[in-house]
Ligand binder design. Structure first.
Ligand SMILES: Cc1cc2nc3c(=O)[nH]c(=O)nc-3n(C[C@H](O)[C@H](O)[C@H](O)COP(=O)(O)OP(=O)(O)OC[C@H]3O[C@@H](n4cnc5c(N)ncnc54)[C@H](O)[C@@H]3O)c2cc1C
Length: 317
C-alpha cells in the first residue's frame, strides 16, 4: 500500500480541509456495492467544504473524484487513486412566497426531500420518487422519469424545474449560472464536459394538492417495484446501457435471451434486461466482462451497437 501521509498532510494544511482519511473502502458507498478503496477520502458537509476540498486537490495537484450516492457509477476493483470527496452537503431551504427550493447538491432526492415538499404542497420533484440520487448527480445526468400515470407519454426532466446553480469552475471561481449554461440533454449536462462542480441549486416549484402528488408518488413507486430489482437485496447501478430511441436497450438484450445470464457474481436480472445485479461478491471485472458479452451478442444478433450509460471510475484490473 502506498504511503499517503505526505499528501494527507498537504491537504489538511489547505484552508477549510480537515478529517482526511486514508484507504477508505468505497463499495458500500455505491448502490452496486462494488469497487476498491479510495487512497484519500474527504467528507464535505456543506457547500463551502465541498469547494475547499476541490480547490485543495487542484492546488496540490492530486486527482479527485466527487461522489454522490454512487448510483450511476462503476468503481474499479483497484479503487480510486487520489482523493474521493463525498458530497454530504445537504442543507436546503424553501422560499414559500416564491415557491423556490434552494439546496446544496449533496441533498438526497428521495425520500426526505420529496416528502417534505409534498407536505409543503410544492410540486415538481415528486416525479423522481424512488430514484437513488443526490441533486448533484441529478444535475450531472439530468435526472428523468416518465410523466404521471395513466398517460406516461413523455419524459419529465429535472432540468424542467431547474432555475440556477452556484458552481465552482475549473479555475476555482464561484459563480451563479442559469439553465442555458447547463446545456441539459437526455442523460447529460455541461457537468460531463466542463469540470465544473455544482455546489448548490435553485428549483422553481408550483403549488399543488398534496394528495395529488402522493398519488403520483404511489403510482411511480408501484411501477418501480414491478420492474426494478430492490436495491436493499439486489444491488445495481440502474440501467447499464443508454436508451436506443424507439426500441429500448432492455428489449434488445431480452430478445437476445440474456435475462438471467451470469458472470461471476453479476446477473442480468429477470425483471429488466438492462439492469445487472450484484448477487454477492460481484466485481467490477465481472461487470465489464458481462458488458462486453451483452454488447457483442446484441451487435451480432440485431446489428445494434449498445453504449454504456454508467460512468467508469478509478482503476480496473
Ligand atoms: C435502482 C436505480 C434506479 C434508477 N432509476 C433512474 C431513473 O429512473 N431515472 C434516472 O434518470 N436515473 C436513474 N438511475 C440512475 C441514478 O439514480 C442517477 O443517474 C442519479 O442522478 C445519480 O446520482 P448520484 O448522486 O448517485 O451520482 P453518482 O453516481 O455518485 O455520480 C454520478 C456522476 O455525477 C458527478 N457528480 C455528482 N455530484 C456532482 C456535483 N455536485 N457536481 C458535479 N458533478 C457531480 C460524479 O462525479 C459522477 O461523475 C437509477 C439508478 C439506480 C441504482
Amino acid at each position: 500500500m502506498p504511503d499517503l501521509s505526505a499528501e494527507k498532510q498537504q491537504l489538511e494544511n489547505e484552508p477549510g480541509v480537515s478529517g482526511i482519511r486514508e484507504n477508505v473502502p468505497l463499495a458500500d458507498l455505491t448502490t452496486f456495492k462494488i469497487g476498491g478503496p479510495a487512497d484519500l477520502f474527504f467528507e464535505a458537509r456543506n457547500a463551502d467544504d465541498l469547494a475547499a476540498g476541490v480547490r485543495a486537490a487542484r492546488r496540490i495537484g492530486i486527482p479527485f473524484f466527487l461522489l454522490g450516492l454512487g448510483a450511476n457509477i462503476l468503481i474499479g476493483d483497484l479503487g480510486i487513486r487520489g482523493l474521493v470527496i463525498q458530497n454530504k452537503a445537504t442543507h436546503w431551504k424553501l422560499d414559500h412566497e416564491k415557491k423556490r427550493l434552494h439546496c446544496e447538491t449533496g441533498a438526497v432526492v428521495w425520500p426526505d426531500l420529496i416528502n417534505h415538499l409534498v407536505d409543503a404542497g410544492l410540486s415538481g420533484m415528486e416525479h423522481f420518487a424512488g430514484i437513488p440520487s443526490t441533486l448533484g448527480g441529478g444535475l450531472w445526468q439530468n435526472l428523468h422519469f416518465l410523466s404521471p400515470a395513466p398517460e406516461r407519454n413523455r419524459t419529465v426532466f429535472l432540468s424542467e424545474i431547474f432555475r440556477s446553480a452556484e458552481i465552482l469552475t475549473p479555475s476555482d471561481e464561484r459563480k451563479t449560472v442559469d439553465r442555458d449554461y447547463f446545456e441539459f440533454g437526455y442523460d447529460t449536462s455541461i457537468l460531463h464536459r466542463s469540470g465544473d462542480i455544482a455546489l448548490s441549486a435553485t428549483f422553481q416549484l408550483q403549488y399543488c394538492d398534496p394528495d395529488k402528488m402522493r398519488e403520483i408518488i404511489d403510482a411511480n413507486l408501484a411501477w418501480r417495484a414491478e420492474r426494478h430489482p430492490p436495491l436493499s437485496t439486489e444491488p445495481s447501478a440502474g440501467s447499464i446501457f443508454k436508451k436506443i430511441e424507439g426500441i429500448g436497450a432492455g428489449r434488445l438484450i431480452d430478445e437476445c435471451g440474456l435475462k438471467g445470464a451470469r458472470m461471476g457474481g453479476i446477473e442480468i436480472t429477470h425483471r429488466h434486461a438492462n439492469i445487472m445485479i450484484n448477487r454477492g461478491g460481484g466485481t467490477a471485472r465481472d461487470v465489464c466482462l458481462m458488458i462486453e458479452r451483452v454488447k457483442e451478442t446484441v451487435r451480432n444478433k440485431t446489428g445494434y451497437k449498445l453504449e454504456t450509460e454508467i460512468a467508469f471510475v478509478g482503476e480496473f484490473e
